[in-house]
Design a protein around this ligand. Structure first.
Ligand code: 6PG
Length: 500
Protein backbone atom coordinates (compact mmCIF):
# COMPACT_ATOMS: atom_id res chain seq x y z
CA UNK A 1 0.00 0.00 0.00
CA UNK A 2 1.36 3.48 -0.87
CA UNK A 3 2.28 5.77 1.98
CA UNK A 4 0.10 8.65 3.13
CA UNK A 5 0.99 12.13 1.88
CA UNK A 6 0.21 13.70 5.24
CA UNK A 7 -0.82 12.76 8.79
CA UNK A 8 -3.33 14.26 11.19
CA UNK A 9 -3.57 13.92 14.95
CA UNK A 10 -6.80 14.89 16.73
CA UNK A 11 -10.13 13.68 15.40
CA UNK A 12 -12.34 16.22 17.13
CA UNK A 13 -14.80 18.25 15.06
CA UNK A 14 -12.20 20.37 13.25
CA UNK A 15 -9.69 17.54 12.83
CA UNK A 16 -12.25 15.06 11.46
CA UNK A 17 -13.58 17.54 8.96
CA UNK A 18 -10.14 18.62 7.83
CA UNK A 19 -9.11 14.96 7.41
CA UNK A 20 -12.20 14.22 5.31
CA UNK A 21 -11.51 17.29 3.17
CA UNK A 22 -7.90 16.16 2.63
CA UNK A 23 -9.04 12.64 1.71
CA UNK A 24 -11.80 13.90 -0.58
CA UNK A 25 -9.32 15.98 -2.57
CA UNK A 26 -7.43 12.80 -3.47
CA UNK A 27 -4.68 12.94 -0.82
CA UNK A 28 -3.94 9.84 1.19
CA UNK A 29 -3.99 10.68 4.90
CA UNK A 30 -2.97 8.81 8.05
CA UNK A 31 -5.03 9.65 11.14
CA UNK A 32 -4.45 9.13 14.85
CA UNK A 33 -6.36 10.07 17.98
CA UNK A 34 -5.43 9.77 21.65
CA UNK A 35 -8.48 7.57 22.19
CA UNK A 36 -8.66 4.62 19.82
CA UNK A 37 -12.46 4.61 19.81
CA UNK A 38 -12.57 8.00 18.10
CA UNK A 39 -10.24 6.74 15.35
CA UNK A 40 -12.37 3.64 14.79
CA UNK A 41 -15.58 5.67 14.73
CA UNK A 42 -14.11 8.19 12.31
CA UNK A 43 -12.95 5.48 9.94
CA UNK A 44 -16.24 3.58 10.15
CA UNK A 45 -18.13 6.72 9.14
CA UNK A 46 -15.75 7.76 6.35
CA UNK A 47 -17.84 6.00 3.66
CA UNK A 48 -16.41 6.27 0.18
CA UNK A 49 -13.35 8.13 1.48
CA UNK A 50 -12.07 5.08 3.39
CA UNK A 51 -9.65 4.21 0.55
CA UNK A 52 -7.79 7.46 1.15
CA UNK A 53 -7.59 7.09 4.93
CA UNK A 54 -5.11 5.06 7.00
CA UNK A 55 -6.50 4.76 10.54
CA UNK A 56 -3.70 4.22 13.06
CA UNK A 57 -3.96 3.05 16.65
CA UNK A 58 -0.39 3.67 17.78
CA UNK A 59 2.01 6.57 17.20
CA UNK A 60 4.59 4.17 15.71
CA UNK A 61 2.08 2.83 13.19
CA UNK A 62 0.97 6.39 12.40
CA UNK A 63 4.46 7.75 11.76
CA UNK A 64 5.41 4.75 9.64
CA UNK A 65 2.35 5.30 7.44
CA UNK A 66 3.47 8.75 6.23
CA UNK A 67 5.87 9.48 3.38
CA UNK A 68 9.03 11.27 4.64
CA UNK A 69 9.70 14.08 5.21
CA UNK A 70 6.49 13.66 7.17
CA UNK A 71 4.07 16.56 7.54
CA UNK A 72 1.88 15.96 10.60
CA UNK A 73 -1.07 18.21 11.36
CA UNK A 74 -1.84 18.54 15.07
CA UNK A 75 -5.45 19.66 15.48
CA UNK A 76 -6.07 19.62 19.22
CA UNK A 77 -6.92 22.12 21.96
CA UNK A 78 -4.48 25.04 21.90
CA UNK A 79 -1.99 25.44 24.74
CA UNK A 80 -0.25 22.76 26.84
CA UNK A 81 -1.84 19.79 25.02
CA UNK A 82 0.07 20.84 21.88
CA UNK A 83 3.41 20.83 23.74
CA UNK A 84 2.57 17.43 25.25
CA UNK A 85 1.64 16.00 21.86
CA UNK A 86 4.82 17.33 20.29
CA UNK A 87 6.91 15.77 23.05
CA UNK A 88 5.17 12.43 22.51
CA UNK A 89 5.77 12.58 18.74
CA UNK A 90 9.37 13.76 18.73
CA UNK A 91 11.15 10.48 19.51
CA UNK A 92 9.42 8.82 16.55
CA UNK A 93 10.27 11.46 13.96
CA UNK A 94 13.26 11.83 11.64
CA UNK A 95 15.21 14.74 10.16
CA UNK A 96 13.08 16.99 7.98
CA UNK A 97 9.73 15.93 9.48
CA UNK A 98 7.29 18.77 10.04
CA UNK A 99 4.90 19.21 12.94
CA UNK A 100 2.03 21.51 11.98
CA UNK A 101 -0.08 23.13 14.69
CA UNK A 102 -3.40 23.97 13.04
CA UNK A 103 -5.21 25.19 16.15
CA UNK A 104 -5.86 28.76 17.31
CA UNK A 105 -2.46 29.05 18.98
CA UNK A 106 -0.97 32.16 20.49
CA UNK A 107 1.72 33.12 17.96
CA UNK A 108 4.20 33.59 20.81
CA UNK A 109 3.83 29.88 21.64
CA UNK A 110 4.33 29.13 17.95
CA UNK A 111 7.56 31.15 17.89
CA UNK A 112 8.77 29.35 21.01
CA UNK A 113 7.98 25.93 19.51
CA UNK A 114 9.61 26.87 16.22
CA UNK A 115 12.79 27.97 18.01
CA UNK A 116 12.84 24.92 20.26
CA UNK A 117 12.99 22.62 17.23
CA UNK A 118 15.61 24.65 15.37
CA UNK A 119 18.61 22.43 16.11
CA UNK A 120 16.72 19.15 16.21
CA UNK A 121 16.46 18.65 12.46
CA UNK A 122 12.68 18.74 12.84
CA UNK A 123 10.66 21.76 11.87
CA UNK A 124 7.45 23.42 12.86
CA UNK A 125 4.63 25.15 11.03
CA UNK A 126 2.05 27.34 12.76
CA UNK A 127 -1.03 27.23 10.57
CA UNK A 128 -4.11 29.38 11.05
CA UNK A 129 -7.24 27.67 9.74
CA UNK A 130 -10.42 29.67 9.47
CA UNK A 131 -13.95 28.72 8.49
CA UNK A 132 -15.14 26.60 11.39
CA UNK A 133 -16.46 23.09 10.84
CA UNK A 134 -17.93 23.82 7.40
CA UNK A 135 -14.76 25.46 6.22
CA UNK A 136 -12.58 22.61 7.46
CA UNK A 137 -14.75 20.12 5.57
CA UNK A 138 -15.28 22.00 2.31
CA UNK A 139 -12.59 24.67 2.06
CA UNK A 140 -11.02 26.81 4.76
CA UNK A 141 -8.78 29.85 4.46
CA UNK A 142 -5.29 28.79 5.50
CA UNK A 143 -2.56 31.08 6.87
CA UNK A 144 0.84 29.42 7.04
CA UNK A 145 3.92 30.41 9.06
CA UNK A 146 7.20 28.50 9.14
CA UNK A 147 10.12 27.97 6.80
CA UNK A 148 9.30 28.41 3.15
CA UNK A 149 10.90 25.02 2.46
CA UNK A 150 8.57 23.23 4.86
CA UNK A 151 5.61 25.00 3.28
CA UNK A 152 6.63 23.69 -0.16
CA UNK A 153 6.34 20.13 1.22
CA UNK A 154 2.64 20.67 2.09
CA UNK A 155 1.68 23.26 -0.51
CA UNK A 156 0.03 20.80 -2.88
CA UNK A 157 -2.19 19.23 -0.23
CA UNK A 158 -3.11 22.60 1.31
CA UNK A 159 -3.89 24.12 -2.09
CA UNK A 160 -6.17 21.22 -2.88
CA UNK A 161 -8.23 21.63 0.32
CA UNK A 162 -8.35 25.43 0.61
CA UNK A 163 -11.39 27.50 -0.30
CA UNK A 164 -11.26 29.04 -3.77
CA UNK A 165 -12.15 32.62 -4.65
CA UNK A 166 -12.88 32.42 -8.36
CA UNK A 167 -10.11 29.93 -8.94
CA UNK A 168 -7.58 31.41 -6.50
CA UNK A 169 -6.84 29.09 -3.56
CA UNK A 170 -7.16 30.82 -0.18
CA UNK A 171 -3.89 29.56 1.23
CA UNK A 172 -0.46 31.16 1.43
CA UNK A 173 2.86 31.04 3.16
CA UNK A 174 2.99 34.34 5.04
CA UNK A 175 6.40 34.28 6.69
CA UNK A 176 8.65 32.59 9.23
CA UNK A 177 7.74 31.11 12.62
CA UNK A 178 4.63 32.82 14.11
CA UNK A 179 3.49 34.74 11.01
CA UNK A 180 0.57 32.44 10.16
CA UNK A 181 -0.82 32.31 13.68
CA UNK A 182 -0.38 36.06 14.10
CA UNK A 183 -2.39 36.74 10.95
CA UNK A 184 -5.07 34.28 12.11
CA UNK A 185 -5.21 36.10 15.45
CA UNK A 186 -5.79 39.43 13.75
CA UNK A 187 -8.37 37.78 11.50
CA UNK A 188 -10.20 36.80 14.67
CA UNK A 189 -9.77 40.27 16.18
CA UNK A 190 -11.41 41.74 13.09
CA UNK A 191 -14.09 39.04 13.35
CA UNK A 192 -14.82 40.22 16.91
CA UNK A 193 -15.12 43.82 15.68
CA UNK A 194 -17.38 42.83 12.78
CA UNK A 195 -19.67 40.90 15.11
CA UNK A 196 -19.81 43.69 17.67
CA UNK A 197 -20.71 46.26 15.03
CA UNK A 198 -23.46 44.00 13.69
CA UNK A 199 -24.78 43.57 17.26
CA UNK A 200 -24.86 47.33 17.79
CA UNK A 201 -26.70 47.96 14.53
CA UNK A 202 -29.18 45.25 15.50
CA UNK A 203 -29.70 47.02 18.82
CA UNK A 204 -30.33 50.37 17.15
CA UNK A 205 -32.92 48.84 14.84
CA UNK A 206 -34.56 46.90 17.67
CA UNK A 207 -34.69 49.62 20.32
CA UNK A 208 -34.50 52.74 18.22
CA UNK A 209 -36.83 51.81 15.40
CA UNK A 210 -38.72 49.15 17.37
CA UNK A 211 -38.27 46.65 14.58
CA UNK A 212 -38.90 42.92 15.04
CA UNK A 213 -36.14 40.34 14.64
CA UNK A 214 -37.77 39.22 11.39
CA UNK A 215 -37.78 42.81 10.03
CA UNK A 216 -34.20 43.37 11.05
CA UNK A 217 -33.35 40.10 9.33
CA UNK A 218 -34.83 41.58 6.15
CA UNK A 219 -32.60 44.64 6.49
CA UNK A 220 -29.47 42.49 6.82
CA UNK A 221 -30.69 40.35 3.93
CA UNK A 222 -30.96 43.44 1.73
CA UNK A 223 -27.54 44.68 2.87
CA UNK A 224 -26.06 41.32 1.99
CA UNK A 225 -26.94 42.06 -1.63
CA UNK A 226 -24.90 45.26 -1.58
CA UNK A 227 -21.40 46.33 -0.55
CA UNK A 228 -21.72 44.69 2.85
CA UNK A 229 -22.08 41.28 1.20
CA UNK A 230 -20.34 38.87 3.56
CA UNK A 231 -20.71 35.63 5.47
CA UNK A 232 -21.35 37.36 8.81
CA UNK A 233 -24.12 39.57 7.37
CA UNK A 234 -25.58 36.53 5.60
CA UNK A 235 -25.79 34.47 8.79
CA UNK A 236 -27.08 37.47 10.74
CA UNK A 237 -30.15 37.43 8.47
CA UNK A 238 -30.56 33.69 9.04
CA UNK A 239 -30.12 33.94 12.80
CA UNK A 240 -32.59 36.81 13.11
CA UNK A 241 -35.20 34.97 11.08
CA UNK A 242 -34.78 31.70 12.98
CA UNK A 243 -37.43 30.68 15.50
CA UNK A 244 -36.88 28.85 18.77
CA UNK A 245 -38.47 25.40 18.24
CA UNK A 246 -39.72 25.26 21.84
CA UNK A 247 -41.44 28.63 22.17
CA UNK A 248 -41.77 29.82 18.59
CA UNK A 249 -40.12 33.11 19.63
CA UNK A 250 -37.24 34.55 17.62
CA UNK A 251 -34.22 32.52 18.69
CA UNK A 252 -32.20 35.69 19.24
CA UNK A 253 -34.53 36.66 22.08
CA UNK A 254 -34.09 33.28 23.76
CA UNK A 255 -30.30 33.32 23.86
CA UNK A 256 -28.65 34.56 27.05
CA UNK A 257 -26.84 37.87 26.49
CA UNK A 258 -23.57 36.50 27.76
CA UNK A 259 -20.68 35.80 25.39
CA UNK A 260 -17.41 34.02 26.11
CA UNK A 261 -14.14 34.23 24.25
CA UNK A 262 -11.28 31.85 23.66
CA UNK A 263 -8.43 34.35 23.48
CA UNK A 264 -7.60 35.43 19.96
CA UNK A 265 -9.46 38.76 20.20
CA UNK A 266 -7.71 39.55 23.47
CA UNK A 267 -4.31 38.63 22.02
CA UNK A 268 -4.94 40.96 19.07
CA UNK A 269 -5.52 43.83 21.48
CA UNK A 270 -2.55 42.94 23.70
CA UNK A 271 -0.20 42.84 20.72
CA UNK A 272 -1.61 46.07 19.29
CA UNK A 273 -1.02 47.75 22.66
CA UNK A 274 2.47 46.26 22.92
CA UNK A 275 3.37 47.88 19.63
CA UNK A 276 1.53 51.12 20.34
CA UNK A 277 -0.88 50.69 17.46
CA UNK A 278 -4.48 51.72 18.14
CA UNK A 279 -6.98 48.98 17.42
CA UNK A 280 -9.95 50.68 19.02
CA UNK A 281 -12.63 48.74 17.14
CA UNK A 282 -11.16 45.41 18.28
CA UNK A 283 -10.52 46.75 21.79
CA UNK A 284 -14.16 47.83 22.11
CA UNK A 285 -15.37 44.46 20.83
CA UNK A 286 -13.21 42.51 23.30
CA UNK A 287 -14.33 44.79 26.13
CA UNK A 288 -17.93 44.32 25.03
CA UNK A 289 -17.59 40.56 25.33
CA UNK A 290 -16.07 40.90 28.77
CA UNK A 291 -18.90 43.19 29.88
CA UNK A 292 -21.44 40.83 28.40
CA UNK A 293 -19.93 37.89 30.28
CA UNK A 294 -20.19 39.82 33.56
CA UNK A 295 -23.93 39.31 33.57
CA UNK A 296 -24.16 39.02 37.35
CA UNK A 297 -22.50 42.41 37.84
CA UNK A 298 -24.64 44.00 35.14
CA UNK A 299 -27.81 42.74 36.79
CA UNK A 300 -26.64 43.96 40.19
CA UNK A 301 -25.80 47.41 38.74
CA UNK A 302 -29.17 47.53 37.00
CA UNK A 303 -30.94 47.14 40.35
CA UNK A 304 -29.13 50.19 41.68
CA UNK A 305 -28.89 52.37 38.59
CA UNK A 306 -31.74 51.12 36.43
CA UNK A 307 -31.39 50.66 32.70
CA UNK A 308 -30.20 53.54 30.56
CA UNK A 309 -33.26 55.28 29.13
CA UNK A 310 -33.87 54.00 25.65
CA UNK A 311 -35.91 56.21 23.43
CA UNK A 312 -37.53 55.45 20.16
CA UNK A 313 -35.83 57.23 17.29
CA UNK A 314 -38.40 59.15 15.33
CA UNK A 315 -37.26 59.53 11.79
CA UNK A 316 -39.03 61.24 8.96
CA UNK A 317 -37.54 58.95 6.38
CA UNK A 318 -36.99 55.48 7.80
CA UNK A 319 -35.44 54.06 4.63
CA UNK A 320 -32.94 56.91 4.49
CA UNK A 321 -32.09 56.33 8.14
CA UNK A 322 -31.48 52.62 7.49
CA UNK A 323 -29.36 53.60 4.50
CA UNK A 324 -27.33 55.80 6.87
CA UNK A 325 -26.82 52.83 9.13
CA UNK A 326 -25.64 50.74 6.20
CA UNK A 327 -23.11 53.43 5.31
CA UNK A 328 -22.10 53.75 8.96
CA UNK A 329 -21.50 50.02 9.19
CA UNK A 330 -19.43 50.08 6.04
CA UNK A 331 -17.39 53.03 7.33
CA UNK A 332 -16.92 51.31 10.68
CA UNK A 333 -15.78 48.17 8.87
CA UNK A 334 -13.22 50.19 6.95
CA UNK A 335 -11.95 51.51 10.27
CA UNK A 336 -11.74 48.08 11.89
CA UNK A 337 -9.99 46.49 8.92
CA UNK A 338 -7.66 49.45 8.54
CA UNK A 339 -6.70 49.03 12.19
CA UNK A 340 -6.23 45.27 11.78
CA UNK A 341 -3.95 45.78 8.79
CA UNK A 342 -2.07 48.51 10.66
CA UNK A 343 -1.42 46.07 13.53
CA UNK A 344 -0.16 43.45 11.06
CA UNK A 345 2.02 46.05 9.38
CA UNK A 346 3.63 46.97 12.70
CA UNK A 347 4.06 43.30 13.67
CA UNK A 348 5.65 42.59 10.32
CA UNK A 349 8.36 45.13 11.17
CA UNK A 350 8.63 44.10 14.79
CA UNK A 351 9.08 40.38 14.07
CA UNK A 352 10.77 40.68 10.67
CA UNK A 353 8.09 38.76 8.78
CA UNK A 354 7.59 40.92 5.72
CA UNK A 355 3.88 40.03 5.75
CA UNK A 356 2.38 40.20 2.25
CA UNK A 357 -0.68 42.40 2.84
CA UNK A 358 -2.27 41.96 -0.61
CA UNK A 359 -1.96 38.18 -0.22
CA UNK A 360 -3.55 38.28 3.23
CA UNK A 361 -6.52 40.23 1.87
CA UNK A 362 -6.71 37.76 -1.02
CA UNK A 363 -6.80 34.61 1.09
CA UNK A 364 -9.47 36.13 3.34
CA UNK A 365 -11.87 36.54 0.42
CA UNK A 366 -13.27 33.01 0.79
CA UNK A 367 -13.39 30.21 3.32
CA UNK A 368 -12.81 32.25 6.46
CA UNK A 369 -15.36 33.74 8.84
CA UNK A 370 -14.76 37.35 7.73
CA UNK A 371 -15.00 36.50 4.02
CA UNK A 372 -16.70 39.26 2.11
CA UNK A 373 -16.97 41.26 -1.07
CA UNK A 374 -15.32 44.06 0.87
CA UNK A 375 -12.12 42.00 1.10
CA UNK A 376 -12.04 41.81 -2.66
CA UNK A 377 -12.11 45.63 -2.67
CA UNK A 378 -9.25 45.65 -0.17
CA UNK A 379 -7.34 43.21 -2.37
CA UNK A 380 -7.88 45.47 -5.36
CA UNK A 381 -6.80 48.53 -3.37
CA UNK A 382 -3.60 46.78 -2.29
CA UNK A 383 -2.96 45.27 -5.70
CA UNK A 384 -3.30 48.61 -7.44
CA UNK A 385 -0.77 50.16 -5.10
CA UNK A 386 1.32 47.32 -3.64
CA UNK A 387 3.78 49.85 -2.24
CA UNK A 388 1.06 51.07 0.07
CA UNK A 389 1.21 47.73 1.81
CA UNK A 390 4.95 47.92 2.36
CA UNK A 391 6.03 51.50 2.55
CA UNK A 392 5.06 53.59 5.53
CA UNK A 393 6.18 56.70 3.77
CA UNK A 394 4.03 56.03 0.77
CA UNK A 395 1.08 55.14 2.96
CA UNK A 396 1.51 58.34 4.93
CA UNK A 397 1.66 60.45 1.82
CA UNK A 398 -1.38 58.92 0.21
CA UNK A 399 -3.29 58.83 3.47
CA UNK A 400 -2.44 62.47 4.05
CA UNK A 401 -3.68 63.77 0.74
CA UNK A 402 -6.87 61.79 0.74
CA UNK A 403 -7.44 62.28 4.42
CA UNK A 404 -7.43 66.03 4.05
CA UNK A 405 -9.86 65.90 1.22
CA UNK A 406 -12.23 63.52 2.90
CA UNK A 407 -11.95 64.73 6.46
CA UNK A 408 -10.01 61.70 7.65
CA UNK A 409 -7.18 61.96 10.07
CA UNK A 410 -4.13 61.56 7.89
CA UNK A 411 -2.27 58.45 8.83
CA UNK A 412 -5.16 57.15 10.81
CA UNK A 413 -8.84 56.50 11.06
CA UNK A 414 -10.98 56.27 14.15
CA UNK A 415 -8.59 57.08 16.83
CA UNK A 416 -5.35 56.31 14.98
CA UNK A 417 -2.97 59.12 15.78
CA UNK A 418 -2.07 61.43 12.94
CA UNK A 419 1.48 60.24 12.65
CA UNK A 420 0.98 56.52 13.18
CA UNK A 421 0.95 55.99 9.41
CA UNK A 422 0.91 52.54 7.93
CA UNK A 423 -1.00 50.39 5.58
CA UNK A 424 -4.32 50.49 7.34
CA UNK A 425 -4.63 54.23 7.30
CA UNK A 426 -3.87 54.43 3.64
CA UNK A 427 -6.28 51.65 2.87
CA UNK A 428 -9.03 53.26 4.91
CA UNK A 429 -8.54 56.54 3.11
CA UNK A 430 -8.62 54.89 -0.26
CA UNK A 431 -11.76 52.87 0.43
CA UNK A 432 -13.55 55.85 1.89
CA UNK A 433 -13.06 57.86 -1.27
CA UNK A 434 -16.38 56.54 -2.41
CA UNK A 435 -18.24 57.93 0.59
CA UNK A 436 -19.53 61.51 0.71
CA UNK A 437 -17.12 64.11 2.07
CA UNK A 438 -17.42 65.41 5.62
CA UNK A 439 -18.89 68.91 5.79
CA UNK A 440 -16.47 71.51 7.14
CA UNK A 441 -18.47 72.24 10.30
CA UNK A 442 -18.36 68.62 11.58
CA UNK A 443 -15.56 68.03 14.06
CA UNK A 444 -13.63 64.79 14.33
CA UNK A 445 -14.19 62.62 17.37
CA UNK A 446 -11.79 59.91 18.46
CA UNK A 447 -12.61 56.49 19.80
CA UNK A 448 -14.41 53.33 18.80
CA UNK A 449 -17.75 54.44 20.14
CA UNK A 450 -17.61 57.13 17.47
CA UNK A 451 -17.90 54.56 14.69
CA UNK A 452 -21.63 54.99 14.54
CA UNK A 453 -21.64 58.76 14.81
CA UNK A 454 -20.63 59.96 11.40
CA UNK A 455 -22.70 62.93 10.45
CA UNK A 456 -20.95 63.27 7.16
CA UNK A 457 -22.24 59.91 6.04
CA UNK A 458 -25.80 61.13 5.82
CA UNK A 459 -27.30 61.41 2.35
CA UNK A 460 -27.17 64.88 0.85
CA UNK A 461 -30.61 65.98 1.82
CA UNK A 462 -32.09 68.12 4.54
CA UNK A 463 -33.13 66.37 7.75
CA UNK A 464 -35.44 67.66 10.38
CA UNK A 465 -33.31 66.30 13.21
CA UNK A 466 -29.73 67.56 13.50
CA UNK A 467 -27.43 64.72 12.64
CA UNK A 468 -25.45 65.23 15.85
CA UNK A 469 -28.52 64.46 17.89
CA UNK A 470 -29.15 61.30 15.91
CA UNK A 471 -25.53 60.34 16.38
CA UNK A 472 -25.67 60.76 20.12
CA UNK A 473 -28.83 58.74 20.36
CA UNK A 474 -27.36 56.01 18.20
CA UNK A 475 -24.41 55.77 20.48
CA UNK A 476 -26.62 55.59 23.54
CA UNK A 477 -28.83 52.97 21.95
CA UNK A 478 -25.95 50.93 20.69
CA UNK A 479 -24.49 50.62 24.14
CA UNK A 480 -27.78 49.64 25.65
CA UNK A 481 -28.92 47.28 22.94
CA UNK A 482 -25.94 45.03 22.98
CA UNK A 483 -26.37 44.26 26.64
CA UNK A 484 -24.04 47.05 27.56
CA UNK A 485 -21.76 45.83 24.88
CA UNK A 486 -20.27 49.13 23.78
CA UNK A 487 -18.33 49.33 27.03
CA UNK A 488 -16.98 52.84 27.28
CA UNK A 489 -20.13 54.46 25.98
CA UNK A 490 -22.23 52.45 28.44
CA UNK A 491 -20.24 53.77 31.35
CA UNK A 492 -20.39 57.32 30.07
CA UNK A 493 -24.10 56.96 29.66
CA UNK A 494 -24.68 55.55 33.12
CA UNK A 495 -22.66 58.42 34.53
CA UNK A 496 -24.57 61.00 32.52
CA UNK A 497 -27.99 59.53 33.31
CA UNK A 498 -27.38 59.38 37.00
CA UNK A 499 -25.30 62.47 37.47
CA UNK A 500 -22.34 60.50 38.82
C1 6PG B 1 -12.54 30.87 12.49
C2 6PG B 1 -13.07 31.37 13.79
C3 6PG B 1 -12.91 30.38 14.87
C4 6PG B 1 -13.62 30.84 16.15
C5 6PG B 1 -12.62 31.40 17.09
C6 6PG B 1 -13.09 32.47 17.96
O1 6PG B 1 -11.79 31.62 11.92
O2 6PG B 1 -12.91 29.78 12.06
O3 6PG B 1 -12.41 32.54 14.15
O4 6PG B 1 -11.55 30.17 15.01
O5 6PG B 1 -14.64 31.70 15.86
O6 6PG B 1 -12.15 30.29 17.80
O7 6PG B 1 -13.73 31.94 19.05
P1 6PG B 1 -14.27 32.87 20.19
O8 6PG B 1 -15.17 33.84 19.50
O9 6PG B 1 -14.99 31.93 21.08
O10 6PG B 1 -13.11 33.50 20.85
Amino acid sequence: MSQAEIGLIGLGVMGSNLALNIAEKGNKIAVFNRTVDATRRFYAEAGALKDQIVPCETIQEFVAAIRPPRPIIIMIKAGDPVDQQMEALKPHLAKGDIMIDAGNANFRDTMRRFDALKDSGLTFIGMGVSGGEEGARHGPSIMVGGTEESYRRVEKVLTSIAAKYDSDPCVAWLGENGAGHFVKTIHNGIEYADMQMIAEIYGILRDGLKMSAQEIGEVFGAWNKGRLNSYLIEITEKVLKAADPLTGNPIVDMILDKAGQKGTGKWSVIEAQNMGVPATAIEAAVAARSISSAKGEREAAEKILGLPPVGEIRVTDRDAFIKDLENALLAAKVGAYAQGFAVMSAASNEFGWNLPMPTIAKIWRAGCIIRSQFLDEITTAFTKAPDAARSDRHARLRGHGQGDRRGLAPGGFDGCPRRSSGTGACLGARLLRQLPPRPRHCKRHPGAARLLRRPWLRPHRRRRQPSWAVGQRLERLSSHASGGAAGPSLLRHVQASHGV
